[in-house]
Design a protein around this ligand. Structure first.
Ligand code: SIN
Length: 291
């Protein structure tokens, strides 16, 4: 990657032109919306609601299916975009099918989404260390590109799940996906989301995400990609200090527009210069050593 600030899965991630725009805004790599083996319409509206300090979504993994989406990946590669394909399934075989097709289409890496809180089968899979290990091993055995496993915060011991991904051969783990949450409308007296609960992203979850990255970094040797509520360069540096080697930015685009990538990258560079660090690698995990 040309820099460590990536687009996270789920935001502007279903079309090649949009992903190209994000890449041209400065992202080091872009992660696609999660793709499954077949077209899927997701949950009925309302699926997204802005709440205090964040965004609540219960999209239900809508996507055009791997065969159609492979064309988007091919376009991205023709345009020179560094692309990580996010994949999901209900069982290992389905993950493998999608992984093979998207890596063949040219994806530079894969991110295993076994942590979506909005689709029961996928969310439960990511809470079971045995299943996380099995799916990671199956995908890793089927492709030559790097494989990252995206972890859910909706578990008691995230370090154990990270270790399972590492045992399965993951080249890295992404921490974290969204936190299970809900919103209620006092006028209709009903939950706002059609699916009742959803996943919370944005500034509200940053302290939880930092704690998760800290625990994961203490649990595994493989690189950690930090994600959850990063809005500014300072947020990004906090994740690096807790042990992330790279970060992902998503909901911040709603608050700050696509200029957020350049703002964060330039802010990190200025921080490195001001503190006399030779590079990002000198910051990664530094908070652990100083404790
Ligand atoms: C969704 O499509 O419901 C969100 C995906 C996710 O949180 O993994």
């Amino acid at each position: 990657m040309r820099n460590p600030v990536m687009l996270s899965a789920g935001i502007l991630g279903l079309s090649a032109p949009l992903l190209r725009r994000v890449y041209e805004s400065g992202a080091g790599a872009v992660v696609t919306k999660s793709i499954g083996s077949r077209p899927r319409s997701g949950h009925p509206n309302p699926t997204v609601v802005a709440v205090d300090c964040g965004l609540l979504n219960s999209m239900g993994l809508p996507n055009p299916g791997v065969d159609e989406f492979s064309e988007e990946v091919r376009s991205l590669k023709r345009w020179g975009v560094t692309v990580v394909a996010s994949i999901f399934g209900e069982e290992a075989e389905e993950y493998v099918e999608v992984a093979e097709k998207l890596s063949e289409a040219g994806a530079d890496a894969l991110e295993i989404n076994c942590s979506c809180p909005n689709v029961r089968e996928v969310g439960l899979l990511g809470q079971d260390p045995g299943m996380v290990e099995e799916v990671t091993r199956a995908v890793k055995g089927a492709v030559d590109v790097p494989v990252f496993t995206k972890l859910t915060p909706n578990v008691t011991r995230i370090g154990e799940v990270a270790r399972a991904a590492e045992r399965g051969g993951a080249d890295g783990v992404t921490a974290i996906n969204t936190l299970r949450a809900m919103a209620v409308d006092v006028e209709t007296c009903r939950p706002i989301l059609s699916n009742v609960t959803g996943g919370l992203s944005g500034p509200a979850i940053k302290p939880v995400a930092l704690r998760c990255v800290w625990e994961v970094a203490e649990s595994v040797e493989i690189p950690v990609i930090g994600c959850g509520g990063i809005l500014t360069w300072r947020d990004a540096v906090e994740f690096l200090l807790c042990g992330a080697s790279a970060v992902q930015v998503g909901t911040a685009i709603m608050y700050r527009g696509l200029g957020v990538f350049q703002e964060i990258i330039q802010g990190i560079e200025a921080y490195l210069r001001r503190k006399g660090f030779g590079g990002v690698e000198e910051v990664v995990g530094r908070a652990h050593g100083a404790a």
